[in-house]
Design a protein around this ligand. Structure first.
Ligand SMILES: *Cc1c(COP(=O)(O)O)cnc(C)c1O
Length: 405
């Protein structure tokens, strides 16, 4: 089948819950992917930062294959010999005492919400059923009914209510609003250190550090969603490191699975993790030996190849280069490390046609929130490759071919 036939087939047999670029991929290596016609593209999305280590990193694939030949799934009804070593590595490299493995990001967010609520009742003394969690406008934490209930994005919410109570929203980056929103029943503040899906929104200088302080002063858990920003993406191992805190509960996912398999989890101290007792939370696949072996290798690659350092260096240089492009369509460039948003002026129309122009030149990037083109290539990308991409990006954002959609 050709690309057109694959796309038509999916339209026919699946739900229409995405609006993908019209490209059908069949192979990947490092920062590159190939479509079914054999056309080569640079992946500048990295599956929303789930492929920080690059496509099919040899060490991660080796771990996957070796484990696939031994044992893949036990459920948590039994122990397996992979989960402990994986979580020990994860705790050691993050500085937390405990880790609880899940699969998708949304499941880990749900796990964090449950841990924070129970901590609120058992430790903080919040009256049963009254726990409140503060979230931010324009947040993205996943797609479950509870999570979309506290989204401010109409597309994510409409038609899916009734929603779970107990969430209060404040403007992102506003520490006065955070302080004002806290009540004796507040158990947690759930926040992304940079809002990815909102369009790579970097908070004002000092926001996160101040939020940490406010939470501490009020006995509120800072729940840091590093699913997209973590594991090297923003130029530090975790984005919270820019402000000296990883939170009381840190949520990880995406790149923890090395671009291979869904591996997520939460990290915390023992007091918080001990809120969970046998029977009150779980996941059939969480902590499975295949995912654990892959997650361990995925983490190893990030650390040993210093992908955070690489992201910082290349990201700073890449953003400077983007800012030096002389184009009537660019509003501004923002981001940290290789998590970059190029904001198209509203007068120039939406970002989508620019992404289509990039696709025609062999660069896969995806618009987020109408006006923003997100650039988040695998962190293993070579500088020369980014140079090549920059020349095409410059032409596309300057070019008449896509001007005003
Ligand atoms: C992707 C993402 C999630 C949800 O992860 P899934 O694996 O898609 O469920 C949650 N929070 C943030 C910040 C994300 O980027």
């Amino acid at each position: 089948m050709n690309s057109h036939e694959y796309i038509t087939q999916v339209d026919r047999v699946s739900a229409h819950n995405y609006h993908p670029l019209p490209v059908v991929l069949e192979r990947g290596e490092g920062a590159w992917v190939w479509d079914v016609e054999g056309v080569k593209y640079l992946d500048m999305l990295s599956a929303y930062s789930a492929v920080n280590q690059g496509h099919r990193h040899p060490r991660i694939i080796a771990a996957l294959k070796a484990q696939a030949d031994k044992l893949t799934l036990t459920s948590r009804a039994f122990h397996n010999d992979q989960m402990g070593p994986f979580l020990e590595d994860l705790c050691k490299s993050t500085g937390f005492e405990r880790a609880l493995p899940m699969n998708t990001g949304a499941e880990a967010v749900e796990t964090a919400i449950k841990a924070a609520r129970k901590w609120g009742y058992k430790v903080k003394g919040v009256p049963e059923g009254q726990a409140e969690i503060i979230v931010c406008d324009d947040n993205f934490h996943g797609r479950t009914t509870t999570i979309v209930g506290f989204s401010s994005d109409h597309g994510s919410r409409d038609g899916f209510g009734p929603f779970t109570p107990g969430f209060v929203a404040i403007p992102y980056g506003d520490t006065d609003a955070l302080a004002a929103a806290i009540t004796p029943n507040t158990v947690g503040f759930l926040v992304e250190p940079i809002q990815g899906e909102a369009g790579v929104v970097v908070p004002p200088e000092g926001f996160f550090a101040k939020a940490v302080e406010i939470c501490k002063d009020n006995n509120v858990l800072l729940i840091n969603d590093e699913i997209q920003t973590g594991l090297g993406r923003t130029g530090k191992l975790f984005c919270g490191d820019w402000d000296g805190s990883r939170g009381d509960i840190m949520i990880v996912g995406k790149a923890l699975g090395g671009g291979v398999i869904a591996v997520s989890g939460i990290l915390s101290n023992s007091e918080i993790m001990d809120m969970f007792t046998p029977g009150d939370h779980g996941s059939t696949f969480g902590g499975n030996p295949l995912g654990a072996a892959v997650g361990r290798a995925a983490l190893d690659v990030i650390l040993e190849e210093d992908l955070a350092g690489r992201s910082n260096e290349l990201g700073n240089w890449f953003m400077d280069e983007l800012r030096s492009i002389d184009s009537p369509h660019i509003d501004h460039v923002r981001g940290r490390g290789l998590m970059v948003g190029l904001v198209i002026k509203t007068d120039s129309g939406p970002a989508r046609p620019f992404c289509e122009g990039l696709k025609d030149r062999g660069i896969l990037a995806k618009e987020t929130h109408e006006q923003v083109i997100r650039f988040a290539p695998p962190l293993v990308i070579e500088k020369e490759t980014l140079e090549w991409a920059l020349s095409h990006i410059a032409e596309v954002v300057q070019g008449a071919e896509v001007a005003v959609g």
